[in-house]
Design a protein around this ligand. Structure first.
Ligand SMILES: Cc1ncc(COP(=O)(O)O)c(C=O)c1O
Length: 381
């Protein structure tokens, strides 16, 4: 297969075998240049207004780029400081004390921020049901569907779990939730850039995530997708002046929300983070998420086959339709094994209960993946 891995665009890859895209993607070479553009704009701001010439519209422009990757329309994504704030902004749209619908359905495999934020909503009247994972790897669809009832206002769960790479059946969950009158939020942090997403087709209500991982964008650029026809009905209590319809009027309260997705903003956007996110988006878009996903499925299968032949513990779904881009291998003392791998320039990480997290992305060669597995076999066996 001819597949342009764009390896020259990632200086990080010279340091060893980078299998950490679930955590921090490698830095695109062009980020150095785009960071200098940011410095130039700031340095010359007094003679040429940086806000007016580019910074004010940057969130919108990067948001629209992300919308394409999420399968949404232009104007559906607001940049956020991080995914946790994106989630808290959505949570602040609900009045859990105001009526019969106060139930939020989540799962045990979601990222801890989710759990902390929903637990905190109990103080303001939310009834939070955490659907258990019987095996620490999956959450059966029927259990999620059974938890959604007429009291549910929101189903909020990871599209792909950071712990096991389990990928939920998004359309089935949205269908059930909407039939019961509930909204759906998917945390696509571990999906965007490696798994095709279809926000508009799925009719999902919210997506949250960020650019640091599979989008090779660096820290601190989160995002929030809100279904366009839902936006005007929501009034987040977690807000700020940038979310105002006319922010430069600096008007007194009450808040008059922007008539666009900007109503989900808070304060001054993190401009350097946006500059660092663009080169990764350029690369991912030009390689193409469909091609990246096909390559990811082939390689995660290759890794799983290698592991199962050796009777290793695979803590990731075997069904390709139910997994994301990572493979978790259960080993004794995963922390020590990850450190030993790093000594041999194979970079992975580990999580309690999950074991090693290993993530090939489009820039990794088959030879690298194979070599990493053979080094791991030498350590385990
Ligand atoms: C699935 C998932 N959600 C959320 C987060 C955290 O996002 P943030 O630090 O932007 O709040 C992570 C980070 O690892 C993640 O994997």
């Amino acid at each position: 297969m001819t597949f342009d891995r764009r390896r020259n665009e990632f200086p990080t890859l010279a340091s060893g075998i980078h299998l950490l895209s679930h955590s921090l993607g490698p830095m695109p070479r062009a980020v150095r240049e785009s960071t200098l553009e940011y410095c130039d704009a700031w340095e010359h701001h007094t003679s040429e207004d940086a806000w007016a010439t580019s910074w004010w519209t940057l969130s919108r422009r990067v948001g629209d780029r992300l919308a394409r990757i999420l399968g949404g329309e232009p104007g559906s994504v607001q940049i956020q400081p991080n995914a946790s704030i994106a989630l808290a902004t959505v949570a602040s749209c609900f009045d859990f004390q105001g009526g019969r619908r106060n139930k939020v359905v989540t799962t045990e495999l979601d990222f801890p921020s989710m759990e902390y934020i929903w637990d905190a909503q109990r103080q303001v009247g939310a009834h939070v049901e955490v659907v258990k994972s019987p095996d620490g790897i999956t959450v059966p669809l029927e259990h999620i569907r059974d938890a959604i009832d007429e009291e549910t206002c929101l189903v909020a769960l990871a599209h792909t779990s950071y712990r096991s790479s389990y990928r939920v059946d998004a359309p089935a969950i949205v269908e059930r939730a909407h039939a019961k009158g509930a909204l759906v939020l998917l945390d696509v942090y571990q999906s965007a850039g490696v798994v095709p997403l279809h926000a508009a087709d799925w009719k999902v209500d919210f997506l949250i995530g960020g650019t640091i991982k599979w989008l090779c964008g660096g820290p601190s650029s989160g995002y929030l997708y809100v279904r366009p026809d839902l936006q005007k009905d929501l009034r987040p209590r977690l807000t700020g002046w940038v979310a105002h319809d006319a922010p430069f009027e600096f008007a007194a309260a009450p808040m008059r929300y922007a008539r666009s997705v900007r109503r989900f903003a808070q304060g001054t956007p993190s401009i350097p983070a946006l500059y660092s996110a663009i080169p990764g988006l350029d690369i991912v878009e030009s390689v193409g998420v469909t091609q990246i996903a096909a390559e990811s499925q082939r390689r995660t299968q290759m890794m799983i086959d290698f592991a199962r032949e050796r009777r290793w513990t695979v803590n990731t779904p075997l069904d390709v339709e139910r997994r994301g881009g990572s493979v978790m291998i259960g080993v004794d003392d995963a922390k020590a094994v990850a450190e030993q791998l790093a000594e041999q320039r194979v970079f992975v990480d580990w999580r309690p209960g999950a074991g090693l997290r290993i993530s090939p992305h489009f820039f990794n060669t088959d030879e690298e993946v194979d070599e990493a597995l053979r080094i791991l076999a030498g350590l385990i066996e």
